[in-house]
Design a protein around this ligand. Structure first.
Ligand code: NAD
Length: 264
């Protein structure tokens, strides 16, 4: 099941800030475990190197590089290096993203622009540079990591993040249609409330640092009674990246323990 032997997977945000298992780290590790050669980028080189150690100790093959995926030249350099080194990119996972609090009146223009850059422009830049090589191959798979915040209000003000993730989902649908005749699939994984190291930083931003209280609130919001974790996201990415999902394109898998299915 989900054998990725011989595939080359490019994963953005492959590290995890603060140790533990973030989504990108789990995705890189799981794809490598299923046989993919992984090329991971992260703006934090220590976080990327940590993922490299984990994958290498696991027996996987991985190259990592420091890269801010909101900067066009840096994205172009990384894609070029990956193609020179491995000859192709079969799987692209656009995982980078983060949320800043605020509604339109509170958000500064600078933070609004940053949120759109990190959560949406990054995926455009990666696609801009990777799609031509996938088109030349006549095959490829792109998985974008969105958020339930892009589907509906989930209890905290994060208007720029929500708008960017909604944009990412619509970009996925329209790009999938354009590239379906070319053998390229594109889908989203839409995580709900996941217990990654990001939660500590969210508690600082949204709950004045009350980590325990913030965790309890998040758990209570979910019909299953608990947050998911990075592996729940990684397994959905694995399915969409593998041939088992060969007839799936232009859609999303929501991984949220029932959060968005419930009427508040
Ligand atoms: P994380 O902060 O643990 O990991 C993200 C990694 O991306 C970090 O290593 C960071 O250095 C890197 N990164 C950030 N900006 C970058 C940039 N411009 N260029 C390159 N690397 C960059 O976060 P996470 O919780 O694993 O989240 C990953 C994805 O999952 C994001 O898109 C996030 O929006 C989404 N998500 C997370 C949750 C959650 O509850 N944790 C919920 C829904 C969606």
């Amino acid at each position: 099941m989900s054998n990725l032997a011989g595939k080359v997977a490019f994963v953005t945000g492959c590290g995890s800030l603060g140790g533990g298992w973030g989504n990108g780290k789990a995705i890189a590790t799981l794809l490598a475990r299923r046989g993919a050669v992984v090329y991971g980028v992260d703006m934090n080189s220590d976080a990327a190197e940590e993922t490299k150690s984990v994958v290498s100790e696991d027996g996987g093959i991985i190259t990592v590089r420091q890269c801010d995926v909101t900067i066009a030249d840096k994205v172009a350099e990384s894609v070029k290096e990956c193609l020179e080194k491995y000859g192709r990119i079969d799987i692209l996972v656009n995982n980078v993203g983060r949320s800043e609090p605020g509604g339109p009146a509170e958000l500064s223009e600078e933070i609004w622009d940053d949120q759109l850059a990190v959560n949406l422009k990054s995926a455009y830049l990666m696609c801009h540079h990777v799609l031509p090589s996938m088109e030349a191959q006549g095959a490829g798979v792109i998985v974008n990591v969105a958020s339930v915040a892009g589907l509906q209000y989930i209890g905290k003000p994060q208007v720029a993040y929500s708008a960017a993730k909604a944009g990412l989902m619509q970009m996925t649908k329209t790009t999938a249609v354009l590239y379906a005749p070319k053998g390229i699939r594109m889908n989203c994984v839409v995580p709900g409330l996941m217990h990654t190291p990001l939660v500590q930083r969210l508690a600082d931003k949204y709950a004045s640092g009350d980590y325990a209280g913030f965790v309890e609130t998040r758990n209570k919001q979910v019909p299953m009674g608990r947050m998911g974790d990075a592996w729940d996201v990684a397994h959905a990415v694995l399915f969409l990246a593998s041939d088992e999902s060969r007839y799936v394109t232009g859609t999303s898998i929501v991984v949220d323990g029932g959060l968005t299915a419930r009427t508040p």
